[in-house]
Design a protein around this ligand. Structure first.
Ligand code: TYD
Length: 213
């Protein structure tokens, strides 16, 4: 049993955050490839759904037809996170690996807090409880206005999930919440304008990560 409150020690933990359609997946891929070329072992993962239990939870939170109460939704994301950190993220960090992760607790604060209008501090505390206070070394926020993000999602031609289908005003609140989180923790966050070319964004991310390797 690991000490839940112990800080992640040897590895490096990088999370990517931002609204739907901001380009997190592309950047996670580019970062992954670069890190491997630098000779690091990389675990690429995501929330929700980075574990077997998480995949079941992901199915509920993204695809359940019908209402999911806001607090139930927050607890489901927190449960996914608890399983993910304990069984996948922390062991990888303990082995000295680099974890590149699509979304983490900032998504809960932004989506369940500002988006669903639960108390943001409570949502954050719930996730910190779930993970024994685990926080990433660096969080890249890909910031994009919701209208451009929507245009990208439309171009993708994939059906929208429960959160993507929310109204624009929901996504505006989510964006503001992400920016406020980044303001509150400037040492952890790197905020990038996601309208920039993917290769430029990747270079900015590499510049930030290189000294940490
Ligand atoms: P994501 O995996 O980025 O979607 P996709 O696979 O379609 O690119 O995220 C799934 C959705 O879950 C996204 O709309 C944001 C939402 N979400 C929350 O509401 N709270 C959370 O804590 C997390 C991690 C995600």
């Amino acid at each position: 049993m690991t000490d839940a409150a112990a800080p992640a020690s040897r590895g490096l933990w990088i999370t990517l955050e931002g609204g739907d359609g901001a380009g997190k997946t592309t950047q996670a891929e580019l970062l992954h490839r670069w890190l491997e070329a630098e000779g690091r072992r990389v675990v690429r993962t995501r929330e929700p759904g980075g574990t077997e239990v998480g995949a079941l939870i992901r199915d509920i939170v993204l695809h359940h037809r019908g209402d999911v109460a806001a607090r139930a939704e927050a607890l489901l994301y927190a449960a996914d996170r608890a399983q993910h950190v304990e069984t996948l993220v922390r062991p990888a960090l303990d082995r000295g690996e680099v974890v590149v992760q699509d979304r983490y607790l900032d998504s809960s604060v932004a989506y369940q807090g500002a988006g669903r209008v639960l108390d943001a501090d409570e949502v954050r505390r719930l996730s910190l409880w779930a993970t024994g206070d685990a926080l990433p070394d660096t969080t890249v926020l890909l910031d994009l206005d919701p209208a451009s993000a929507r245009a990208r999602l439309d171009a993708d031609d994939k059906p929208f999930d429960r959160l993507e289908s929310e109204r624009e005003e929901f996504h505006l609140r989510v964006r503001q919440a992400f920016l406020a989180l980044a303001d509150a923790e400037p040492a952890r966050f790197l905020v990038l304008d996601a309208a920039r070319a993917p290769e430029e964004l990747a270079a900015a991310i590499r510049d930030r990560i290189r000294p940490l390797l």
